[in-house]
Design a protein around this ligand. Structure first.
Ligand code: F3S
Length: 317
C-alpha cells in the first residue's frame, strides 16, 4: 500500500502531513526483505533470526507467519538458516554458525559493516581504539569483536578518556552508527588535545537524526501528532519524546486499530511520522485511514463517525 497523498489538504483546509522520511531506514527494509527471501527459499529447513530482525512486533509476527522464528540463544541454532540482524553480531558467533554448517544470511546494514571494517584495520595497525557509543549495544559488541584486541575504550563521555593509559600515542576513533554528532566531536576534540596521532572516522548514520529533525519541525506546526512504531523501539521512543516537547497532543501507535477518532476532533493539521524500524506501509496505512476519515466528513471529520474510544490512553509514556 502506498500513501494516496503524501500531503493531503481538503477544501476546508484540513491537512494531513507525513514527515518526508517517516518509516523504515534502508538497513531495516533490507533486513526484512532478506528475512522473507530466506523463508521462501528454505522449504524444509528451519529459518531463524538471531534476535528480533526489527523492533516492531507487527513485523515480527508477519515474519513468523512467513516461517522466520526469532531465537535469542545462538546455541539453539544448529542447522538450517540464520539471519543476522541489521546491527550485526560478534564475528566469532558468525564463524561458529558457519562451522556448524548453518547457512548465514547476513542482514547487517552496510553502514554497520563500515565501523566493523575500520575497527579491524585499526587493530592491525596498532591503534588504541576509542569506540564512541554504548558498551551494551549489540552493534558495539559486534564492532569490538572485529578490533580483536583489548586496548580499547567504549564511551560517550569525555571524562572517561582519562582511563586511557599515558603510554598510548596512536588513537583511532570510530562511532556507533546512531550516536549524536556532537558527542563524537567532543570526544575527538579531547583526544586531539592529548594524543600525538588521532585518526577519526565518522561512521554515524544520519537516518535517525533526519527523522528526529523532521519530527521536531512537523510537531511545531501540527495540531496533533501521530508517531507510528513499536513500543519496544528506542528510536521511536525518542521520536515520541521530541514530538511531545512541541505538541502535547502526540499519540504513539503500532497499528491502525489503536486510532481513536476523538484525537482529531477540531484539528486542522495532522502530522504523522514513523520510527526507523517501522515499515513504510504501516505509516501509509495510518495516513490513508485519516484521509478517508476527512473525506467522509470534510467539515467535521469526527462527528460523522462513531468509533468507540479506546480504553487505554496512548501517548502518556
Ligand atoms: Fe543502517 Fe542507519 Fe538503519 S545504520 S540499519 S540505515 S539506522
Amino acid at each position: 500500500m502506498t500513501l494516496r497523498h503524501p500531503h493531503f489538504q481538503n477544501t476546508e483546509g484540513v491537512e494531513v502531513v507525513i514527515a518526508p522520511n517517516a518509516g523504515a531506514c534502508f538497513g531495516v527494509v533490507r533486513a526484512i526483505k532478506l528475512g522473507h527471501q530466506a523463508a521462501k527459499k528454505s522449504q524444509t529447513e528451519p529459518v531463524r533470526a538471531f534476535g528480533p530482525l526489527v523492533h516492531n512486533p507487527k513485523t515480527i509476527q508477519e515474519l513468523e507467519k512467513a516461517g522466520v522464528d526469532v531465537v535469542e540463544d545462538p546455541d539453539e541454532i544448529l542447522e538450517g538458516t540464520v539471519i543476522l540482524r541489521s546491527h550485526g553480531v560478534k564475528q566469532e558467533i558468525e564463524a561458529e554458525f558457519k562451522r556448524r554448517g548453518v547457512t548465514v544470511v547476513d542482514a547487517t546494514c552496510p553502514l554497520v559493516k563500515k565501523p566493523q571494517r575500520i575497527a579491524s584495520s585499526l587493530g592491525k595497525k596498532g591503534y588504541y581504539l576509542v569506540l564512541v557509543g554504548n558498551a551494551e549495544h549489540p552493534e558495539v559488541k559486534g564492532v569490538l569483536s572485529y578490533f580483536g584486541k583489548s586496548d580499547y575504550l567504549v564511551t560517550y563521555r569525555v571524562e572517561d578518556l582519562e582511563r586511557i593509559p599515558d603510554s598510548i600515542q596512536k588513537v583511532g576513533i570510530v562511532a556507533q552508527t546512531t550516536i549524536e554528532l556532537k558527542v563524537l566531536e567532543a570526544i575527538t576534540e579531547a583526544c586531539r588535545k592529548r594524543f600525538q596521532e588521532v585518526a577519526v572516522y565518522n561512521t554515524i548514520c544520519d537516518a535517525t537524526s533526519i527523522r528526529q529533525q523532521e519530527a521536531e519541525t512537523l510537531a511545531q506546526e501540527a495540531d496533533v501528532m501521530l508517531v507510528v512504531g513499536g513500543k519496544n523501539s528506542s528510536n521511536t521512543t525518542k521520536l515520541v519524546k521530541i514530538c511531545k516537547q512541541f505538541q502535547p497532543n502526540t499519540y504513539w501507535i503500532e497499528d491502525k486499530s489503536e486510532l481513536d477518532v476523538t484525537w482529531f476532533m477540531g484539528k486542522r493539521k495532522i502530522g504523522i511520522t514513523g520510527g526507523a524500524s517501522t515499515p513504510q506501509e504501516y505509516v501509509d496505512e495510518i495516513g490513508n485511514w485519516i484521509i478517508g476519515l476527512i473525506e467522509s466528513s470534510p467539515q467535521a471529520p469526527v462527528a460523522a463517525l462513531s468509533l468507540p474510544p479506546l480504553e487505554e490512553a496512548y501517548g502518556t509514556d
